[in-house]
Design a protein around this ligand. Structure first.
Ligand SMILES: Nc1ncnc2c1ncn2[C@@H]1O[C@H](COP(=O)(O)OP(=O)(O)O)[C@@H](O)[C@H]1O
Ligand SMILES: [Mg+2]
Length: 313
C-alpha cells in the first residue's frame, strides 16, 4: 500500500511529531509499504494531491493535526486515515469539553475552574479560592506535552501560571491537584484492544516536558504494580472514555490514582499519542506481546473514512 505519514506541522509539538512520524515510517517500510513522509504545512493539500496515497497515517500532535482539522481535510479529499474522526479529535483536543462529556457519562475527572483570556484574574483567583484548595494544577485547554502546565502551590502564583497559559491558548483550566500515581492506558484497533496499565514515575515533581522527553528523568513500569481490581477498573474506565468520546483506531488515556482514597480520575485522552519505539503505547504493547511493527500494522488496518458522502460506493 502507498501510505503517506503526516508529521511535523506547525503545532508546539512539531519536533515530537517528527520523531513519531519517522518511527512510524520506518515500521511501515519494514512491513513492505511504500511510504511518503509528508511534513504537514500549509501546502498539505498539494502534497496529498501530488502523492496520491491510498491511506494517510497520522503522526501529528497538537493543534491543526490532532484536533480534527487535518481529519476534515482528508474526509474532503476522500483519503482514508488512521485514528479518530473529526468530532472525537476536536473534542479530545479540548480538555474542558472532554471533562464535561466524561462527567456526563459518569467517568470521574478532577474538579476545576475555567478561565478565559481577558477575564478578570482577581475574580478568577477568588473563585479558585472558594472552590479548590492549593496546590492546584494550571494548564491550557488545548495543548499537549505538558506545555504551559504549572503546579501552583499558593494563591500568589496563580496569576503567572494563567498568563503563561494565555500566551498560547484562549482558555485555562485550574484543576484540583490530585496527589497520587500517574497511570496511562493505551487502546488500539477498531475491536478495540485495551493494553496493560503502565505507570509513569517521574523522578521528581509531575510529568512535565523534560520528564517526558529527556532520558533518565522518568521511570516506567508495565504492567503497573497495582492490584488486579484497580488495574481492571483503570482499563474499564479507559475503554468507557474512548467509547463515549467516539474515539477509534488508537488513543491513550491518562489517569491519576489518588493516594489514600485509591480513586481513579481521568486527566485526558490523547488521540495521536507518541509512537517512537520508546513511547508509552509501544512499551505497553511490548508487555502484551506485540512488537512496534504489529502496533503500526494494527493502527493502519483500522484506517478508514468516517463520513460517508453521496457518491461513495
Ligand atoms: N489535576 C492534576 N493533578 C495532579 N497532576 C496533574 C493534574 N493534571 C495534570 N497533572 C500532571 O501534569 C501532566 C500533564 O497534564 P495533562 O493534563 O496530561 O496534559 P498534557 O496534554 O500536556 O499531557 C500529567 O501527566 C500529570 O503528571
Ligand atoms: Mg497528558
Amino acid at each position: 500500500m502507498r501510505v503517506a505519514v503526516l508529521m511535523g506541522g506547525n503545532s508546539a509539538e512539531r519536533e515530537v511529531s517528527l520523531e513519531t512520524g519517522k518511527a512510524i515510517a520506518g515500521a511501515l517500510r519494514e512491513l513492505g509499504h511504500q511510504v511518503l513522509e509528508v511534513d504537514a504545512g500549509t501546502d498539505l493539500p498539494l502534497q496529498l494531491s501530488a502523492g496520491k496515497p491510498d491511506v494517510a497515517f497520522l503522526a501529528l500532535h497538537g493543534r491543526g493535526g490532532e484536533d480534527g482539522c487535518v481529519q476534515g481535510l482528508l474526509e474532503v479529499m476522500r483519503i482514508p486515515y488512521t485514528g479518530c474522526g473529526v468530532l472525537a479529535s476536536a473534542v479530545t483536543m479540548d480538555k474542558v469539553v472532554t471533562k464535561e462529556l466524561l462527567s456526563y457519562h459518569g467517568v470521574p475527572v478532577a474538579g476545576g475552574v475555567v478561565a478565559s483570556r481577558g477575564s478578570d484574574l482577581d475574580a478568577v483567583a477568588d473563585t479558585v479560592a472558594g472552590e479548590l484548595s492549593y496546590p492546584v494544577m494550571v494548564k491550557p485547554a488545548s495543548e499537549g506535552s505538558s506545555i504551559a502546565v504549572t503546579e501552583v502551590g499558593e494563591p500568589s502564583g496563580l496569576r503567572d501560571a494563567l498568563e503563561l497559559v494565555f500566551d498560547c491558548d484562549e482558555r485555562a483550566l485550574v484543576e484540583r491537584y490530585v496527589h497520587g500515581r500517574l497511570l496511562t492506558v493505551g487502546i488500539l484497533g477498531n475491536e478495540p484492544r485495551v493494553l496493560p496499565v503502565l505507570e509513569i514515575k517521574p523522578r521528581e515533581g509531575f510529568y512535565d516536558y523534560r520528564a517526558k522527553y529527556e532520558p533518565g528523568f522518568t521511570e516506567y513500569e508495565v504492567p503497573a504494580a497495582i492490584s488486579p481490581p484497580l488495574a481492571e477498573a483503570a482499563r474499564d474506565m479507559s475503554l468507557t472514555s474512548f467509547q463515549v468520546l467516539g474515539c477509534e483506531g488508537i488513543s491513550r488515556v491518562d489517569i491519576m490514582l489518588e493516594h489514600g482514597t485509591d480513586e481513579l480520575v481521568v486527566l485526558e485522552i490523547n488521540t495521536i499519542p507518541g509512537m517512537t519505539e520508546t513511547s508509552l503505547i509501544p512499551k505497553a504493547a511490548t508487555a502484551a506481546g506485540m512488537s512496534f511493527e504489529e502496533v503500526v500494522a494494527e493502527v493502519l488496518e483500522g484506517a478508514r473514512l468516517k463520513v460517508s458522502l453521496a457518491g461513495d460506493d
